[in-house]
Write a protein that binds this ligand. Structure first.
Ligand SMILES: [Zn+2]
Length: 137
């Protein structure tokens, strides 16, 4: 189901709880809402649709990559960039990102995964994981 995007900075500043298999319905809503906003948005965290659970979804090519309880386990090649956010009004803000990251997460089937990402997808993943930690750009 497509959900409303949360803009409340106090809600968004709270750290999300780890997700369990009971939260699987949130994944469907997150993907539906990401698809409905794909013109303005390349990734979304569950708290942006009002669910304080550590789940993110990212547009990749023809589909969506879902990460449950994602953790960045290594990062390298920092750089400064500007980013916008669907939950925040106003101009894009400058922030520090890493060009290469390695992420541990559970996939949609709650199977453990470890994967390296670089460039644009790495940047989106960092933005969405920040959301899970209550961090806004
Ligand atoms: Zn955002």
């Amino acid at each position: 189901m497509v959900k409303k995007i949360i803009h409340d900075p106090i809600f968004l500043a709270q750290k999300s709880d780890p997700a369990t298999e009971k939260d699987a319905h949130i994944i469907t809503d997150l993907i539906d809402t990401l698809k409905a906003n794909e013109k303005d948005c390349v990734g979304m965290a569950a708290n942006m649709i009002g669910e304080k659970k550590s789940i993110i979804a990212i547009n990749v090519g023809m589909g969506q990559l879902v990460m449950i309880n994602p953790q960045i386990v290594s990062k390298s090649k920092p750089f400064m960039t500007t980013e916008g956010c669907l939950s925040l009004a106003g101009e894009p803000k400058e922030t520090r990102r890493y060009f290469e990251i390695e992420v541990e997460y559970l996939d949609r089937d709650f199977k453990s995964q470890k994967q390296k990402y670089t460039g644009w997808s790495a940047q989106i993943i960092q933005h969405e994981i920040d959301h899970c930690n209550g961090i806004l750009i």
